[in-house]
Design a protein around this ligand. Structure first.
Ligand code: CUA
Length: 354
């Protein structure tokens, strides 16, 4: 049966294809300048770190080759659909059927092989460059441990422990200071991903993966766990805070200190130390030495609670300690059934942990 498509439909189709191509090329050629500050929005097209830059370059090559193939195939298809569409004046006979053409078959075998080979070589080179990088003198070493659902961050050489916020120095051309990360998991498979800094690396139980970042602009970079790891996978965010050298030294000095012993908050500290809180949390300078949950020594120096779930304000902290399950359902911290008085005292104490 012959079907006559109204002319209008095919021109709509061509318009649609043109629009798609326009969007695709706009995204691809959006200029990035080295002076761009981190945007707070994860974007693989705005790399601000050496490995992310290398990946960005190879992805542009891959995308432009794919866009070229799309243009040729889509263009020929669009041309064929429009030029050879069914017309009212058609006599209904089949067009001549052509079988076998060595030239054509040779072309459509060799061109894809060469294309794939170019893509393979470019990708393999970038992988070896990124993974084979040797830490220069002055590189920072950090161990990141994925937990359901938060990130434990350790600085073994500095004796610092924190959570969900990785602080690193900026790397300058005159003084390179990349950060090399050891990735471990305490439970299930997670994936460490801060798009503007580096590619994804899986965080696997009983295995140590390695990756590195070398941010070139100070600021806060956002990332997320990129491997489904259970109920609160979406609330396993991380922040990388990149400091100038001076700021970073200042941050280290602050984090190295023990918790503040504020006489005003002693009552809260006593309640804290008398409850099961200490089984899971460490507060340096007290007998709380649990390692199951985040280290709270400098809790109030962090921007968020629950790995990016809510901002770290007095109000949210109170709601969290009262019952974390109302904020992050399924998280491993239970409702401690505190009385209002105990809750007030503990929160007053935690607020002093700057
Ligand atoms: Cu951890 Cu998803």
């Amino acid at each position: 049966m012959k079907v006559h498509l109204p002319r209008k439909k095919s021109s709509l189709w061509v318009l649609g294809a043109a629009f798609f191509l326009f969007i695709a090329t706009t995204v691809l050629v959006t200029p990035t300048s080295a002076a761009d500050a981190p945007t707070g929005v994860t974007n693989i097209f705005k790399p601000l770190s050496t490995p992310a830059q290398a990946i960005h370059e190879v992805s542009l090559l891959v995308l432009s080759i794919c866009a070229g193939i799309f243009l040729v195939v889509g263009g020929l298809l669009a041309y064929t659909v429009v030029r050879f569409r069914c017309r009212v004046s058609d006599d209904g006979r089949e067009p001549p059927q052509v079988y076998g053409s060595n030239k054509l078959e040779f072309a459509w075998t060799v061109i894809p092989i060469v294309t794939v080979f170019v893509l393979f070589l470019a990708t393999a080179r970038t992988i070896f460059d990124v993974q084979g990088a040797v830490p220069p003198v002055g590189a920072l070493n950090v161990t990141v441990v994925g937990h359901q659902w938060w990130w434990e961050i350790r600085y073994p050489e500095l004796g610092i422990m924190t959570a969900n916020e990785l602080h690193v120095p900026v790397s300058e051309t005159s003084k390179r200071r990349p950060t090399f990360l050891k990735l471990e998991s305490a439970d299930v498979v997670h994936s460490f991903w801060v798009p503007q800094l580096a590619g994804k690396t899986d965080v696997i139980p009983n295995r140590e993966n390695r990756m590195w970042i070398e941010p070139t602009q100070p600021g806060t970079y956002v990332g997320n766990c990129a491997e489904y790891c259970g109920m609160q996978h979406a609330h396993m965010m991380l922040r990388v805070i990149v400091h100038t050298t001076d700021e970073f030294e200042k941050w280290i000095a602050e984090q190295k200190q023990s918790s503040l012993d504020d006489p005003q908050a002693r009552a809260g500290r006593d309640v804290f130390l008398a409850t099961a809180c200490i089984n899971c949390h460490t507060i340096k300078g007290t007998q709380a030495m649990g390692t199951f949950g985040p280290d709270l020594t400098h809790l109030m120096s962090r921007e968020t609670l629950g790995a990016g779930t809510v901002p770290n304000t007095a109000e949210k902290l109170r709601a969290w300690v009262r019952d974390p399950q109302t904020i992050k359902e399924g998280c491993n911290m239970p409702n401690m059934q505190l009385t209002d008085n105990e809750l007030n005292q503990i929160v007053a104490y935690l607020l002093t942990l700057k």
